[in-house]
Ligand binder design. Structure first.
Ligand code: UFG
Length: 332
């Protein structure tokens, strides 16, 4: 397929570009490089530096290419930031998908796979979470993702654009050879932060709260390996080709890990002991988010072989050890 990947220079986007190319697809990337890295996009992919909200730029890119499908990552992703800057999130994420769907409608591109989130469920009534759990986000980020799903559903009804929403749980790890990985500035995510402390770049790891309603009091999350997650996008495109039907899938492991458990795992993998403190809660964090991946396994044939915290931490550690300054190391 000829695939446009928006946000393909970002963490999950770049791993998906890698898997699409390995699968034999042709890939073009559009990314505004706010958080993405040009070096994360391989030469085999075409690269356009543009914002998906820029309709003129998008029209030119669609005019120049004959895309079969779009994989849409380009969005802001931080729960905490969204609590402070909700309008920034609605502008980028919600307006971004509208602009993209307009370009798809105008150029007769009828397939899209896009990043949704466990954050659309808010505080779930049940764990593990299945796809029919009520979606009631508790932060603006989660709401933008729910809006994106709803806008896609109406775009299917009106324009026949078929969409697969992939609801990610927590994503971690890096490609096995350490050539691409996670590089955010500032880094807010749990696993890279723990590893930065292990590297000595930060003096201590702060756990945000230990008075949650979970077995050890710290938040429980479900960590998926980024390469497994990337493969789910390839499978979702195949699903759209095969079934020509909109759908949505949870991508997680059904294995919940608490923040305290993650820290123990990281100490074991790295062999480094480091200082850990309990700090105040971070706004917008639900107690526990654990996915049932049953549907993705059955319908997409997803087989997340790498998704265990040890492989995730090991591969993230390998990337961070090879690139102590992230992609900046490649620029020198
Ligand atoms: N945490 C800490 N200390 C840190 C960083 C994180 O204790 O320095 C905790 C958080 O409070 C949370 C857990 O680690 O309990 C995971 O936090 P992350 O920031 O790594 O991830 P989130 O669960 O907040 O969010 C991630 C993605 C979202 C997605 C969500 C779905 O960033 O886009 O997973 O579960 F919606």
């Amino acid at each position: 397929m000829n695939v446009l990947v928006t946000g393909g220079a970002g963490y999950i986007g770049s791993h998906t570009v890698d898997r699409l190319l390995a699968h034999g697809d042709r890939v073009s990337v559009v990314d505004n490089l706010w958080t993405g890295h040009r070096q994360a996009v391989p030469d085999q992919a075409k690269f356009y530096e543009a914002d998906v909200r820029d309709k003129t730029a998008l029209k030119k890119i669609f005019d120049e290419n004959d895309f079969d499908a779009v994989v849409h990552f380009a969005a802001l992703t931080q729960v905490g930031e969204s609590m402070k800057k909700p309008l920034f999130y609605f502008d980028n994420n919600t307006f971004g998908v509208i602009s993209l769907l307009e370009a798809m409608r105008d150029h007769n591109v009828k397939k899209i796979v896009f990043s949704s989130s466990a954050a659309t469920y808010g505080v779930p009534k049940h764990n593990p979470i299945t796809e029919d759990e009520i979606q009631k986000p508790i932060n603006p980020y989660g709401l933008t993702k729910l809006q994106m799903e709803q806008i896609m559903a109406w775009s299917d009804q009106a324009y026949g654009i078929k969409g697969v929403a992939l609801r990610y749980f927590n994503v971690a790890g890096a490609k096995a050879d350490g050539s691409i990985g996670e590089d955010h500035n500032p880094e807010t995510h749990m696993i890279p932060n723990i590893l930065m402390v292990a590297q000595g770049k930060k003096d201590k790891m702060v756990i945000f709260g230990d008075d949650y309603n979970t077995p050890d009091g710290t938040n429980v999350r479900d960590y998926v390996h980024v390469v497994d997650l990337a493969d789910a996008h390839v499978l979702a495109l195949e699903y759209l080709q095969r079934e020509n039907k909109s759908n949505r899938f949870n991508l997680g492991t059904e294995m919940g890990m608490s923040n305290k458990q993650l820290i123990s795992a990281a100490k074991k993998v790295t062999g480094i002991d480091f200082k850990v403190e309990i700090g105040p809660r971070r706004a917008g964090d639900p107690d526990a988010l654990v996915a049932s991946p049953k549907k993705a396994k059955e319908v997409l044939g997803w087989d997340p072989k790498l998704s265990n915290v040890e492989d995730e931490i090991k591969s993230a550690w390998n990337w961070m050890t090879k690139h102590p300054n992230g992609y900046d190391d490649k620029e020198q």
